[in-house]
Design a protein around this ligand. Structure first.
Ligand code: AFP
Length: 352
């Protein structure tokens, strides 16, 4: 079968947005190459495999591939005339484009290498990105310029570095899949208009946190685990990759629900995942695929960020299951925090 490529699809998009996506996709090709070379990645004796030996702004152990991936994204975006600035999981503050700060119409936000604790084990990792409008074009973007809810995104996507490298994009008109041809380094268009099944019998959650979960999540998971002996009267399956990109891509291809709810493990943190470069872009893609994305008490795309690295509870996937979980949060007998957290996060966080 002959596939058209990314360029053909970008030609039909708004040119400045297409330019941002083109540069992001180019960075993902370089990251994919480094991931696929594993322990032999790197040049001139400089391996890009293994730990840096330092913690990043999130308080997490940084991998050399985290740093390399961040550099690939920054290098690509610095060349992009439509992007005025960007923010990364790896850096505390946003970067102002050296050449296009006052001319770029868009801002980019990204997690350069999601799931990087998987690298040593050679398990799938990915890159997540989001494109937001620069609301003050002509002025250098400040941190405040990035504080926009996910609903404002003009595009979002991810690259999954798995057995094949896959790029998933949306500019608000549905979901497109591209597969990287490792020989030509071309992104070939492999699926269009992807829709997520509304029903599923598969869920993904880090069950080791069970004792810290809120009541609605306790109920939901215990009912799934009870299977055909419980109120759901059917068996469920559970998955956990520890890489949100891989979890989301599985849901894109065969349905499912992914949960990283707010818990009491570290009460200062309202969730594990970051709003701006993990939850918001994935929520945008989920909605574009006909699925749902919520915190439990509100749509993820309506959460207004307080800070760049803000965390948020995440419940995303097949709409029947997400609707059911929302119902458990609304039920006054189940819910411990609905009134408090209905409108927005009450937390303004400091790092990590
Ligand atoms: P990193 O971006 O720091 O690698 O974190 C990955 C992640 O945020 C997300 O991809 C996973 O769903 C989640 O962490 C896994 O966390 P635990 O398995 O430690 O709960």
């Amino acid at each position: 079968m002959n596939h058209t490529d990314l360029e053909a699809w970008l030609a039909a998009q708004q040119p400045a947005v297409a330019d941002a996506l083109r540069h992001l996709a180019q960075a993902c090709v370089k990251i994919s190459r480094a991931c696929s070379r594993g322990a032999i990645a790197g040049e001139g004796g400089q391996s890009t495999h293994g730990a840096v030996g330092e913690v990043n702004v999130q308080g997490e152990n940084q991998q050399k591939l985290d740093v390399y991936s961040d550099e690939c994204m920054a290098e690509a975006l610095a060349q992009c005339s439509s992007v005025a600035g960007w923010a990364s999981e790896e850096l505390e503050h946003p970067t102002v484009s050296p050449n296009h700060a006052t001319t770029g119409r868009y801002l980019a936000v990204f997690d350069p290498l999601d799931g990087s604790s998987n690298i040593d084990a050679n398990i799938s990792v990915g890159t997540i990105f989001s494109v937001l409008p620069h609301l003050f074009p002509g002025a250098e973007p400040t941190e405040a310029a990035f504080m926009q809810p996910g609903r404002r995104q003009v595009a979002a996507g991810y690259a999954l570095y798995g057995p094949a490298t896959v790029l998933v994009l949306s500019t608000g008109n549905g979901i497109e899949f591209f597969t990287l041809d490792p020989v030509s380094s071309n992104w070939l268009h492999t699926r269009s208009g992807v829709q997520i099944r509304t029903t599923t019998s598969e869920f993904a959650i880090n069950a080791s946190n069970q004792r810290f979960w809120e009541k609605p999540i306790q109920r939901y998971v215990s009912e799934c685990v009870a299977g055909d002996t419980g109120p759901r009267a059917r068996n469920f399956n559970m998955r956990w990759v520890a890489s949100m990109v891989a979890e989301v891509h599985r849901i894109m291809t065969r349905g499912g629900v992914f949960l990283y709810p707010r818990d009491t493990k570290e009460p200062r943190k309202p969730g594990r995942l970051r709003l701006m470069y993990e939850a918001s872009p994935m929520a945008y893609l989920m909605e574009q695929a006909g699925a749902k994305a919520v915190t439990g008490t509100m749509d993820l795309l309506d959460v207004v960020p307080d800070t760049l690295h803000q965390r948020v509870p995440v419940i995303i996937g097949s709409s029947d299951e997400v609707e059911r979980i929302i119902g458990y949060y609304v039920d006054p007998n189940e819910n411990v925090s609905h009134q408090l957290f209905r409108h927005r996060s009450l937390f303004v966080q400091s790092h990590p």
